[in-house]
Every structure is written in C-alpha cells, then in structure tokens.
Design a binder for this molecule. Structure first.
Ligand code: NOJ
Length: 562
C-alpha cells in the first residue's frame, strides 16, 4: 500500500459551490454558506467534502477556468474564508478535497495574458501555440465542448492555440519544465493548508502528440474528430504524474481521485499498488447512454443487462487492481433519477433503490449535493436560462447535425449539466432556502416545494433518512461496517434481465444486495444463509421456501449474520 489509505472508510460529498448555500445574499453560493451547512453534513455522516473549483475565475466553465490558483474568487469569499472552512470542517470530522485543474487555465490567467501580449515572452511556451496550415487550424480536432479545438490568436497572422475544452480554457504545455515547477509549487502550497487531497480534473489529457499537422477522419457532420481520441493517456504522461505524486501527494498522504477514463490495460499504472493516484472515477456506467463521439443530443437506449455488465466489470477490475470510487451523480451529469429510471417510475422508492445499488458497491462512495434528497432534472428552463457552456455548444452541434431548434433543445436539455447545478433545495421557503437574494444565478427547480431537506430531515421514511441509514452501515459502530467497506464484490447472476444482484464477502460474513430495476414483481431464489434483514426500501419482504418476491423497484440488503 503506497499511502495510509484513510479514504477507504470515507463517505465523500461533492459540493458545487455556486449552488450549495448563499450566505451574502447575492444569489450565488459561497464558502461561508458551506461553513454554515457543516452541521448538516456531519449529521448526514459524510467525512470528506470535494469542493468543485472556487479559485479566481471568469466562470466561463463554472470555475474550471482558473485565472489565479492562489486566490478565491470574490463571488465565493476570500482566502480567509477558505482557511476557516478547512479548520471548521476539521472540527466536524470532515476533510476537504479541492479540485485540481491543471490541464488548462483560463484565458485570463496572467501566464496566458503575457503569452498573448508578447510572443517572445517565456509564457508563450507555457501553452500550445501553432501556426495554421493551408489557411486553417493545424488539424480538425473537435474540442470536448464542440467546435474546433484551435482558436485563432487575435492580431497575429496564421497563429492558433489549443484548447481541449472551451476557447477560454487554453491547454497548458506540460513539456515546459518551468510551468510544471510552478504547478508543483502551487499544489504543495494548497496541501500545506491541510487539505485531504484533490479531485484531479481532465488529467489524462496532459500529454499531447508531437505532430499536430494531421487530418483525422471526421466522426460527425461538423467534419471534426473528437480530441479525446488523440490526447488521452498518451505515452509519457505517467512520468509527469509520478513526479506530482512523489513531490506533492505522497508527502502529505493526500487522497487523489482522477477524472480519467483509463483503459483497462493501463489501470494498474494509475491506481495499482505503485500507481500515481489513490483511485479514479469510472465512466462506463455513468455514460452508458453516450454515443462514442460524445454527441449527447443523440443519447442511446440501454438495458439493465448492459448496465449490470458495466457495473460488474468495473467492480471486478477495480477491486483487483486497487480501490474504486462509486458515484451516481456529479456536476457534469444529469440527476440520476432522471437518467436511470423511466419517467413514470420516478419516486422515492426508485430513488432509494439507486442509492442502495451504488452505496453498497465496493469502493468509496461519492454523493453529489442534493442527490441525498432525490433532486431531479429541471424541465422548466428556456434555452436562455441555461448557464452551462457545454449545453450551448451541444445545441449548436445538434443544429449542424440537422435537428430542428425544438428537437435540438429537447434532446440537449436531458443531459445538460445544469440539471445538477440548480441550487440546493433546503426548504420550501422562497428560493428553496438557498438564498435571500432577489434572483439566484441559476433558476431553482420548482419542485423544491416538495423536494427539500427540511421536509425530509425528520421523516424516517424519506430519501434523506434512507441515505443516512446507508451511510451508517459504514460507521465503525455498525455490525456491517467492515463487510460494507472491505467485503469483496461477488456478482450474483440470476436469469432475470432486470435484476442486479451481488454479494459483499469478508471471511465468513456476507451481505446479499438485491435490486429489481423494473416496475414488475420478480421472484428470485435466495440462499437460506441470508436470513437477516439489513435494509429495505419498501416494507421488508419475507423469504418463503427459499424464494423472495422482489416488488417493483424494490432493493433489499440481507446478511448471513446479525
Ligand atoms: C471536467 C469537469 O468536471 C468539467 O466540469 C469541466 O468542464 C472540464 N473537466 C474542464 O475542466
């Protein structure tokens, strides 16, 4: 084991700071707001917060466009607020993870401004500038958000810079040693403050190919080819990542979770015993509906069998190689209830079922703000109401592909990242108790009058109470904690297409998790050793003659000991 793995027992809660709690009445969440809500988080039982970026930023991409790594953006407060947050969270038994965004900066970062102002400045080489070819960009890469990944430099002839994301997020040139040193200093400066670690953004993209002047087969109507195929996980990247681990993360016993769709064959290098990160997010089942060219205006249908296979594959490989993390939602994903469950079946039962499915898997669970109360996609916005840059870029792509405006809108909003970015629903008070400002930065989901923390906190049958019970299973005092955290994941395959079932096994202790992802009752055989009932999202069901009837959307956890 390369570090002391304190994070294996953690339950992590992601906060999108713009939308969590507004303390200074400007309609935007802030760090003081997070501090005020620490008692809520402690009561929920989480032990780590992952805070999405709150560094200084023009907010072109919700803060993932950093203009100063050493400043807190004034919309969120100050560095003193950050220090207070770290210290107060500690008192509540909570560690803080920051988001580490080092593939790119904002175009307002001083390095980039210098690089533009003076082509001879040393900062020019901190980024990737290249001359165009035949009057066009060096190649036909499409950025992750859509459109060319190259932006023409103003006032210079035939010069472009590379941006894998928005044109206001120029990619850093990791070949440049000075730049790398500056990033290493910055990471250590933050770790010195007492962070628990980092969620590491877009990290697989650091290394670029040496030759940019190739044309690639177009993979969609825009004539472009998705950049992801060409800059992800390129040979040589691991040297830089090991350097970060050796010179930063290891020294502080920091937890690092990479946002990286690592191919199976390379997983060992990233998260194995000598890997560069503690763990990594898996995209295989969260992106189950995405086509390979990333065009989320044409989501594909999927089956429970496929979902089960993806989850099982990931579980088996993650536990063999290292340690996984599980999540249903984050700030880039729609709300899970809206993604995984057909509209007619969306209710508290199916929300609790999803919670059981993912919280009982092997690995550290991440809960995204509002997931614990069953927040849903927003369906009442007009196009202009959206803030997310990717939503607009995808809408344009859909139009280029020939969809009408209405078709493009209907298709794109299902997956829009703003679905999960609407403000947290604390109560049925105006603006859901999120803010007392006249207006909030993004509209609140009108269902806040019924879906909110206040209405669920004291209701033992609520989604929130159910999440607390699942979290409690991982607490040291609980008889099932060791098996829930450390038990081996063992698939159980029934010949039933809508059932997902698995065991967690630790020596002679075992849990059986049964999930009926359908609106029909299904009968399953249950080994007679699983006679103890741990948790159920409906009235507990009885096993009779070795058979159990799983009602629609029922999820059950059984144990072979008490
Ligand atoms: C991944 C982040 O999660 C996403 O929100 C962001 O837009 C991109 N990386 C670029 O930083």
């Amino acid at each position: 084991m390369k570090h002391e793995a304190w994070w294996k027992k953690s339950v992590i809660y992601q906060i999108y700071p713009k939308s969590f709690q507004d303390d200074n009445h400007d309609g935007i969440g802030d760090l003081k707001g997070v501090i005020n809500r620490l008692p809520y988080l402690e009561k929920l039982g989480i032990t780590v917060i992952w805070l999405s970026p709150c560094y200084q930023s023009p907010m072109d991409d919700g803060g993932y466009d950093i203009s100063d790594y050493y400043e807190i953006d004034s919309i969120f407060g100050s560095m003193a607020d950050m220090d207070e947050l770290i210290a107060t969270a500690k008192k509540h038994g909570i560690k803080l993870l920051m988001d580490l965004v080092i593939n790119h900066t904002s175009d307002e970062h001083k390095w980039f401004k210098e690089a533009l102002a003076d082509p001879k400045s040393k900062y020019r080489d901190y980024y990737i500038f290249r001359e165009g070819k035949d009057g066009k960009a060096p190649n036909n890469w499409r950025s992750y958000f859509g459109g060319s990944a190259w932006e023409k430099v103003p006032n210079e002839e035939n010069m472009y810079f590379l941006h894998a994301f928005s044109k206001r997020q120029p990619d850093l040139n990791w070949e440049n040693t000075d730049m790398r040193e500056a990033i290493i200093d910055m990471i250590n400066w933050w770790l010195e403050k007492g962070l628990g670690g980092f969620r590491v953004d877009a990290i697989l993209n650091l290394k670029k190919p040496t030759n940019f002047y190739k044309s690639y087969p177009a993979d969609a109507e825009d004539g472009l080819s998705s950049i992801s195929k060409y800059i992800a996980n390129q040979p040589g990247i691991l040297d830089w990542l090991h350097e970060l681990d050796d010179r930063c993360f290891k020294k502080y016993n920091a937890f690092t979770v990479s946002e990286a769709d690592v191919p199976d064959r390379d997983l060992i290098d990233y998260v194995g015993p000598n890997g560069v990160f503690s763990t990594t997010f898996d995209f295989s089942y969260s992106d189950i509906a995405l086509p390979s060219n990333g065009a989320w205006y044409m989501l594909r249908d999927w089956t429970v069998v496929e979902l089960r296979e993806r989850i099982f594959n990931h579980q088996l490989k993650a536990q063999k190689i290292g340690w996984g993390v599980q999540y249903l939602e984050n700030h880039d994903q729609p709300r899970s209830i809206s993604k995984y469950i057909p509209e007619a079946d969306r209710n508290d039962t199916s929300k609790k079922l999803l919670a059981t499915l993912f919280m009982m898997l092997h690995g550290t669970p991440f809960i995204y703000q509002g997931q614990e109360i069953g927040m849903e996609n927003i369906t009442t916005l007009n196009l202009d109401d959206y803030d997310d840059i990717a939503t607009y870029e995808m809408y344009d792509r859909a139009l280029i592909a020939g969809l009408s405006k209405k078709e493009a809108f209907d298709a794109v909003v299902k997956r829009s990242r703003d679905n999960s970015r609407t403000p947290m629903q604390w109560s049925s008070e105006p603006h859901a108790g999120f803010s007392t400002a006249h207006q909030t930065w993004l509209k609140i989901n009108p269902n806040y009058t019924t879906i909110n923390v206040a209405s669920q906190e004291h209701d033992t049958s609520s989604v929130l109470s159910y999440y607390k019970k699942l979290i409690d299973l991982r607490k040291a005092a609980n008889p099932y904690s060791e098996v829930t955290i450390f038990g081996e994941f063992v698939p159980v395959v029934y010949n039933q297409e809508n059932i997902i079932a698995y065991q967690r096994v630790l020596n002679d202790q075992a849990l059986l998790i049964l999930i009926n992802l359908s609106n029909e009752s299904v009968v399953v055989d249950v080994d007679k050793t699983f006679k103890y009932h741990v948790l159920d999202n409906l009235a507990p069901s009885k096993i009779e003659d070795g058979e159990l009837v799983l009602k629609p959307y029922q999820s059950i956890i059984l144990a072979n000991y008490i």
